[in-house]
Design a protein around this ligand. Structure first.
Ligand SMILES: [Zn+2]
Ligand SMILES: [Zn+2]
Length: 283
């Protein structure tokens, strides 16, 4: 799904692309004033047009699920950075779960998050949060634990996790597939020197960095940032990636606010921009 007005980064020589299905942070905020950048929460599809690897299952996953059913994709893999509600809320509404014959594999790091993906699923599919239990799922659902070491997924990609500073834990994901490297930072607070250095070294060698830009330097207040960062600090970490895209926009930001940030960000970084729902980036 590509909007004509989107600043698509195009490399026709490659068959690997990343589509941003949800770039809004924390909670959806649908309105006319959020229609340009979008209001769906975290969901990113990496695909070689045959298989798809999904990072996070925010509300953006709902539309992606419809597309995967239409395309009759049978094997789907979803990697969770962490379990905060804006990163899992789309999962119970993921259409492939209710289609017999589909195989859905979910991955997350118990080591970093303190809870296995299987236990998280039991919490998600239960009253009072959701009317149905896990027994409503008709697809074959398999949960896998991720270590911080390299894990090979069924699609052929490898994934590594890096623990970041975020309440309850969060794993940055390094995905390597078809000779390309994609870093998805998920949610994090900058400022821990050792963690920042490691994350920067990941971005330095990446073809694409997806990095959270919840705050601006002016609105960022370390004591009330809830484990998030601002676009200038994000750019200092991700700026050496071949291309980087700011995601997880502040939940109260509208298109006017985000266009201002986008312009400031682009003035500092020729290889950076704020992402939009529906945007596709070819690697
Ligand atoms: Zn979040
Ligand atoms: Zn979070």
């Amino acid at each position: 799904m590509t909007h004509k007005s989107d600043p698509v980064i195009d490399n026709p020589a490659s068959d690997l692309s990343v589509t941003l299905w949800g770039v809004h942070g924390s909670v959806p905020k649908p309105s006319l004033e959020t229609s340009r950048f979008g209001c769906a929460t975290s969901c990113y599809e990496i695909t070689n047009d045959v298989q798809s690897l999904i990072c996070d299952a925010g509300t953006g996953l709902v539309g992606l699920g419809q597309k995967l059913v239409q395309d009759n994709v049978k094997d789907i893999e979803i990697v969770f950075s962490h379990y905060h509600i804006d990163h899992v809320l789309g999962f119970p509404f993921f259409a492939p779960l209710y289609v017999p014959g589909m195989r859905v594999h979910v991955y997350a790091s118990q080591e970093i998050l303190g809870r296995s993906p299987g236990k998280m699923m039991k919490r998600l599919f239960a009253q009072p949060f959701f009317p149905m239990g896990l027994d409503a799922i008709k697809a074959e659902l398999t949960c896998h634990d991720l270590s911080t070491r390299k894990t090979r997924l069924l699609c052929g990609a490898t994934v590594e996790c890096l623990p970041l500073c975020h309440p309850g834990g969060n794993a940055a994901l390094r995905v390597q597939w078809n000779g390309k490297t994609i870093i998805y930072s998920g949610d994090f607070a900058h400022g821990d020197a050792a963690t920042d250095a490691k994350l920067k070294s990941w971005f330095d060698n990446a073809d694409l960095g997806l990095v959270e830009c919840t705050f601006t330097p002016e609105t960022y207040d370390k004591g009330h940032s809830f484990g998030h960062t601002h676009w200038e600090a994000a750019g200092a970490l991700a700026g050496a990636a071949r291309t980087w895209v700011g995601v997880h926009h502040h939940h109260l930001a509208d298109d006017h606010d985000l266009a201002t940030v986008d312009a400031r960000l682009r003035a500092l970084h020729a290889n950076g921009q704020l992402g939009r729902d529906g945007q596709t980036i070819w690697l």
